[in-house]
Design a protein around this ligand. Sequence first.
Ligand code: ADP
Length: 396
Amino acid sequence: MSNSILVINCGSSSIKFALVPATNQSQQSLMRCSGLAENLGTPEAVLKIVNEQGDKTSIALPNADHQTALTKILDVLNNEKPIAIGHRVVHGGEKFTEAVQIDDQVIAAIRETTPLAPLHNPANLLGIEATLKLFADLPQVAVFDTAFHQTMPAQAFRYALPENLYREHSIRRYGFHGSSHAYVTHHVDELLSSNNHGWLSAHLGNGCSTCAVWQGKSLDTSMGLTPLEGLVMGTRSGTVDPSLHVHLIRTLGWSIDEVDQILNKKSGLLGLSGVSNDMRTLTELANEGHAGATLAIEVFCYRLAQSLAAMSCALPMFTGIIFTGGIGENSANIRARTMALLPHFDLYIDEDKNQKMIRGVEGRIDQGNDSGRQIWVIPTDEEGQIAQETRSVLGL
Ligand code: ADP
């Protein structure tokens, strides 16, 4: 038996996994077997694996369900049987303020939270139930995307809505990407040997959010009741006028599902550019003068800068900004454009350092000044964070 944690992120038709060995967190990403089973339940179902040496394998699993795919994953891991399993669970509502060991009560509570995450929580439960059946001897832990933000004060988490919508229907801001914001802020605190800092963390991937973290605790974040609120994302609109739904339904005769689809799947960078949700493609197109791609990047950076400025209100003291996620880690262009919109932060990018910060490199990219404020790029490690929380819950 290895000393690894199997981290599982189960979607409705996919399973992402990573076998995370017990090493120093910062080394973990260097030596992991990971992969993705996708198109589950269809003839195109396939398992793609990257081993510790970086070799890639694809295994066709026609019509495989979650359980079949998980059996195959464990089969492939062979004698690397993990000592525990950590599950990413999207929504823990107010019930879960930290990771917990999974038992029948936890499963029931995750199920009760389903109205808040109707697409995600049932998929996460599918993964949990399948692994409980297959590996009854392994302890399993649920790590919630929302839990890190349960330290937000009411002024940040309440919407200005009638009280009973909160008390009786749990309508409030929850926030997501908790594992990522927790990991990058904790990691920089470790590098600086102190957590007496106020960070603005910007997780910029296909989903995007900002978070204000003071002394290791989340005080505000840009996502809300659902992961649609806040920044412009790959295909999600981010914040729009709350009356937009009613307007589209009344004036265009759209159904609720159509509105939901448009705002979640056809908006954001894709909607603005008309061509792509991928920042690499948009950057290339913008360099060639494509008007839609140029606009998409402008709106993305403007809304990101706005959000960072707004989030700074949450912090008693401001130490600096941390960029992470596929865009945050790799796009010098987006980092530079965004910081250029925040001159009142008195915090300036060193363009040489900024250009060097790509593909998994971490470090500071500010010019350094008397205020001591900093800009960091930190590759996120959500799997490492989930594995570390799993160990800590189980005392491993
Ligand atoms: P997910 O949220 O699905 O985990 P990622 O964190 O991998 O996604 O982020 C995906 C985004 O990162 C895409 O928009 C992709 O274009 C962008 N990205 C990756 N590499 C680069 C790069 N070199 N320059 C600009 N954007 C990049």
